[in-house]
Design a protein around this ligand. Structure first.
Ligand SMILES: [Zn+2]
Length: 78
């Protein structure tokens, strides 16, 4: 299993919608530093779905594994 080099999150975990290519990190970087409009929109949605903290930080993978329905709250974008 591969892990994110930034946050060490295990990648490509089915129950974790933020684990693809570590969208947890990449989405926030794109939204915060690159001001990528699409990423800003996605991150805002993911905060609303409870996948991220209010500051955009990805919730830990353990949160998703503990609540398999959480990834059904929204739409997997990555
Ligand atoms: Zn990461």
């Amino acid at each position: 299993m591969s892990c994110c080099t930034l946050c060490e999150r295990p990648l490509d975990v089915d129950e974790d919608p933020l684990s693809g290519d570590c969208w947890g990190c990449i989405g926030l970087i794109e939204a915060t530093y690159l001001k990528a409009e699409e990423s800003i929109k996605f991150v805002e949605l993911e905060i609303a779905w409870g996948w991220r903290e209010e500051n955009g930080a990805a919730k830990p993978q353990s949160v998703f594994l503990a609540d398999p329905d959480l990834c059904n709250t929204g739409q997997r974008l990555h």
